[in-house]
Design a protein around this ligand. Sequence first.
Ligand code: RRO
Length: 314
Amino acid sequence: MNKKSVDISTKITGVELETCIFNASGPRDETLTDLENLAKSKSSAVMMKSCTLRARRGNPPPRYANLEFGSINSMGLPNLGYRAYIKFAKILKKIYSKPVVASISGMTLKDNVVIFKAFNDSPVDVIEFNPGSPNTIGKPIVGYDTQEMDRLLDSVSKVCKKPFGVKLPAYFDLVHFEQIADVIKKYPVKFVTCINSVGNGLAIDPYKEKPLIKPKGGLGGISGKYIKFTALANVRKFYELFNGKIQVIGVGGVYSGIDAFEFILAGASAVQIGTAFIQKGPKIFGKVQNELKDFMKQKGYKKLSDFQGKLKTL
Ligand code: RRO
């Protein structure tokens, strides 16, 4: 069996992806140049930066730092405003053949409704709703408030005509998985993406005796290898709770094909790459895809469904 005969294609909300590996919303996906670079890379979709009603400059720098095993950020949702991403999607769809995913992160319920409506008339294939950045100053993480999530999903479900999913923060308590899954199940949510960065970590430079990033006294979202195990647990729990009715996309600390394999084994239908894309550049997508194919080949697996969700018990 050569590598070609190993198929790592997938479908998200019925949209076909040549491989199950693409970029996470956030890193290097804010400008048209960024997005064209993603379209030219081996990322199997072009995921765009979370957008708001109006353009935002985000938090003051330094607002991102690489760490030994990942990163910390408090970008504060810098983006060009949703109209720019509708324009970019049109350009991308004209020139490149890849699925384009919009990420919507309105600051209020009303903003989200306006933005979702506007994307109905855009060529984006899928929408990932990001209701909870950990870094907007003065705002709690929405994903931790089930009532607010319910209100938001109710409103956007009523207006959205595209297939959409929800990007979730990390949960750490089994009761919280069940509570949020029960809310999500009420709506036509097609997938959840687990997980956003783990909010409000603090990285310190011991020599300067200062935090590494400036906003919020140094508190920011932790990503990369530090959060892989939390991400895997979140993928697994939601995979079990949704029973195949809602897909799960995994993200958090994917640097290798074996990382991706673990996410799919836990139940993910696709895997996104965030911090590793910042740190390694676009070559990370091909590297993870090739390593995943090699590992599957070693195991005698030919397609993702041979092992997806089939984590064994001890
Ligand atoms: O822009 C950000 O600060 C940001 C967002 Br919107 C998010 O969803 N997750 C994150 O770690 N940073």
